[in-house]
Design a protein around this ligand. Structure first.
Ligand code: MN
Length: 352
């Protein structure tokens, strides 16, 4: 049975949910683990961290992502186990574990099927939920646990607490996945979600054999040249509004063609706007394929970008959110600026 968990102060009142998670995990034999589309370091690190731990305990585990692992995260231990197809129907007795997201649509085109076919469902996430209450969006009466802690810095932290609570060993490979997840989702310990627990957990993971220099190199010092060319083009589009408080950049299909870079190469482009001293709201608009736009929103102030994203059909966290929509980058830029100019009461452009 699950050992009593030594819960950090950052988790008031959620010990019970985590204990239910541990009980479900300790009893189940067959698992399908999945995460959100366009998986980032936290999504894959959480998936692989929990997946390797379950394999180590002799469980039957399928690790599923809709698309192949992004080349930048190919260094994560265990990526060779990830598949992009899953049996239909799922084998009887499958426990579905959804990591780093909490809506079927975020899993991709198989999300709803997995939920319909699973024998039990477990959500481990830290995104604000706009979905229905537990159990309302699935049929049947199978166990369904939603462990969603929006104040926690990474989904991987939930995996860490679960493994610790179960008393399962954390190997160097598991630790490397969880550490990478934490480093990714805290922006290398720079984002507002970083706290004492973050450093304690990271420190403990280093104690299990993680090489922080190796992980930092793989994540941040490993870009192809074409990515820098695309970044230069993106920075050329910078627009500053609202007396310097809003900053936007965009990339278009033409820029992708001209630079030779791919969608995967645009990770943290928004950070190059966010880092400007006066900017409180940073926006990166990406039109990778003509007419398909995805937008990253970051806030350095009390402006809730998750709410803004929700107005456009997306979601996320208070300080980091996004949405996808159809249209051109310019259309979406105009729509966002109309909304933000109304909020900030200023449509004048200012020089950088
Ligand atoms: Mn995450």
């Amino acid at each position: 049975m699950a050992a009593k968990i030594d819960m950090a102060e950052s988790l008031p009142g959620d010990t019970k949910t985590l204990e239910a998670v541990m009980e479900l995990i300790s009893k189940a034999d067959r698992f399908l683990l999945t995460c959100h589309v366009k998986p980032d370091g936290d999504a894959l690190g959480s998936l692989l961290g929990l997946g390797l731990a379950l394999m180590g305990r002799g469980r039957d585990v399928t690790l599923f992502t809709e698309e192949p692992v992004p080349y930048k995260l190919g260094f994560l231990p265990g990526t060779e186990y990830i598949v992009n197809e899953a049996p239909d129907p799922l084998p009887p007795g499958t426990t579905l574990v959804i990591l780093d997201c909490n809506e079927p649509s975020r899993i991709g085109r198989y999300g709803q099927r997995f939920i319909n076919q699973a024998s039990s469902i477990l959500v481990l996430d830290h995104h604000l939920s706009r979905g229905p209450s537990p159990g309302q969006d699935i049929s049947g009466d199978h166990p369904y646990i939603r462990c969603i802690l929006p104040d926690v810095f990474a989904a991987a932290a939930l995996v860490f607490w679960v493994l610790k609570g179960l008393g399962w060993p954390i190997s160097r490979d598991i630790a490397t996945n969880l550490y990478t997840a934490i480093l990714s989702d805290t922006g290398s310990f720079r984002h507002s979600n970083t706290n004492k627990t973050t450093f304690e957990m990271a420190g403990e993971l280093v104690g299990y054999g993680v090489d922080p220099y190796f992980v930092a190199n793989m994540l941040y010092e490993n870009h192809p040249l074409c990515r820098q060319h695309l970044l230069a083009m993106a920075l050329d589009t910078i627009e500053i509004r609202g007396h310097g408080r809003i900053g936007l950049i965009q990339v278009t299909p033409e820029m992708f063609r001209a630079s030779g870079a791919t969608e995967q190469d645009t990770e943290d482009f928004v950070g190059h706007v966010r880092c400007i001293d006066t900017v409180e709201i940073a926006i990166f608009i990406k039109e990778a394929r003509a007419g398909q736009v995805s937008v990253s929103l970051r806030s350095k102030s009390s402006f809730n970008v998750a709410e803004l994203a929700r107005e456009f059909g997306g979601g996320g966290h208070f300080h980091a959110a996004g949405f996808r929509t159809s249209g051109t980058a310019s259309d979406v830029r105009a729509a966002l600026l109309e909304r933000l100019d109304a909020y900030f009461g200023d449509s004048e452009e200012t020089d950088v």
